[in-house]
Write a protein that binds this ligand. Structure first.
Ligand SMILES: [Zn+2]
Length: 401
């Protein structure tokens, strides 16, 4: 069953838009998400809303299958009815997410709590942007057909490059996509509303919602795989800038790797998986074309181990430099360049500690999403919209006040 619908343009991406009812509903939902199961009285205390307002919102959100009663968590005194708390309803609504990478495309489905119900990976199809998006849309539709019991609210599309979320357009230099109407194309194939977001902002949002950085007063998210990127959040709010992501792709990192930009020693050209694989092939230490080939060769071949250690040191220096620039309370590392080479994590952290000039070196943590980071991020972009605008997202504008 699919009931996803287009969010009115006036509501999209405007925090607090949609009126008082919408923001009250969002506040009740947020309390249940972060602290549930909760009684209505506890929700009133946490949100500052009146009991009648909380009761109305709980009823509406329960009608929408966003909340459910949790008799299993009921507490009862000796007299009167036991208090039945409410919690997120994880059994009905689901959000799909698609991450298009340069080499690999990942898609998955999460429930409201951000638990990944399933995910799949395919090589990113070849062809024009329209052909690639159509092929991916077909794969995603087949995948979603396996979940007939779920109400799928839409598709979060997370991708590198520069994203114009308002107009649904995409600029992606490595894929050679320019002005691609990615949102409209994927909506046409899947028949679901699509929320487009940059992949690094989406990953940082996933950390804020479901990871460790939600409780930090400021955090820096650092990502590396085929692309590199950072995102900054303060007081739980992601900094988005004027419609585009910042970039650390060409941060000078002191390596001797040549970059397409004409300079030498840029971060992305040095640490990207495909760049590491290319160097290993040229050095004659692998015959294959996968990063896992390099990791495997490194167990016995010191030359392969050197290539991975050099990348780990470049990452450590880049993390130190961005940390010193931003001065966050917490640094979260994500992306397979870091999570799929755990033997080199100590090298990353040692190089970070040797290069950061600020006091305190134990503020770096790993993402808890591991290799699911891309799928989680794509799903979360959509869930964030739902949490912020639950009534308009689910077409409940005309439900009871
Ligand atoms: Zn460069």
């Amino acid at each position: 069953m699919r009931v996803g619908r287009q969010l009115p343009a006036s509501v999209r991406d405007v925090p607090g838009a949609g009126g008082v009812r919408e923001s009250n509903a969002a506040a009740v939902l947020a309390a249940a998400r972060t602290d549930g199961p909760l009684s209505r009285a506890e929700i009133a205390r946490l949100t500052g809303l009146s009991m009648p307002t909380v009761s109305r919102q709980v009823a509406t959100l329960t009608d929408l299958d966003l909340l459910r009663e949790a008799p299993e968590n009921a507490t009862g005194g000796g007299i009167g009815r036991p208090t039945v708390p409410v919690r997120l309803n994880d059994d009905v609504i689901a959000a799909c997410g698609v991450h298009i990478g340069i080499v690999t495309t990942t898609y998955g489905l999460t429930n409201l709590s951000g638990e990944l119900l399933g995910s799949e990976r395919i090589p990113t199809p070849k062809g024009s942007a329209a052909e690639v998006l159509r092929a991916i849309g077909d794969e995603v539709s087949t995948f979603l057909a396996e979940w007939p019991q779920r109400r799928i609210i839409g598709v979060g599309l997370a991708i590198g490059g520069q994203v114009d979320a308002e107009r649904g357009l995409l600029e992606h230099e490595p894929l050679d996509w320019h002005g691609v109407p990615a949102k409209a194309l994927l909506e046409e194939v899947t028949g679901l509303p699509v929320h487009l977001d940059g992949h690094v902002p989406a990953m940082a949002t996933a950390e804020l919602l479901f990871g460790v950085s939600g409780r930090a007063s400021s955090s820096l998210y650092f990502y590396a795989r085929e692309m590199v990127g950072v995102a900054i959040a303060v007081d739980g709010v992601l900094h988005r800038g004027p419609g585009q992501s910042g970039s650390i792709a060409h941060l000078p990192i002191g390596s001797d790797v040549e970059c397409d930009c004409g300079r030498t020693g840029c971060l992305e050209a040095t640490v990207a998986d495909r760049s590491v694989v290319e160097r290993a092939r040229r050095a004659g230490v692998i015959a294959g074309s996968e990063l896992s080939d390099v990791v495997e060769a490194a167990q016995t071949d010191p030359k392969a181990a050197d290539i991975l250690a050099e990348r780990a040191r470049a990452l450590g220096r880049a993390i130190a430099r961005t940390r010193d620039l931003v001065n966050p309370d917490l640094v979260v590392l994500g992306g397979q360049a870091i999570t799929e080479a755990p033997e080199y994590l100590d090298t990353v952290l040692d190089e970070f500690a040797a290069n950061t000039v600020l006091p305190g070196k134990d503020l770096v943590v790993m993402t808890q999403f591991g290799r699911n980071v891309q799928a989680m991020a794509a799903c979360t972009g959509l869930l964030t919209q739902l949490y912020d605008h639950p009534l308009s997202m689910l077409g409940a504008d005309s439900l009871r006040d």
